[in-house]
Design a protein around this ligand. Structure first.
Ligand code: ZN
Length: 65
């Protein structure tokens, strides 16, 4: 299981909605939107501590994204 660097959710590499390679590392995302956010400012997401849970993503409620 990988961790979505944008939202902190655990993402199954095989089921990831999107992936992105940055500095030789592959990152897995729960949604294409998170991938886009990451690609815009990768350092921001790699630098910050990933808070668990979604603020304004609207992913609330259901088990997986
Ligand atoms: Zn996510």
């Amino acid at each position: 299981m990988a961790k979505d660097p944008v939202c902190g959710m655990a993402v199954d590499e095989k089921k990831a909605a999107a992936t992105s390679a940055y500095k030789g590392v592959t990152y897995y995302f729960c949604s294409a939107g998170d991938k886009k956010s990451f690609e815009k400012e990768p350092e921001k997401y790699l630098g910050k501590k990933v808070e668990m849970g979604h603020g304004g993503h609207g992913h609330g409620g259901h088990g997986c994204c």
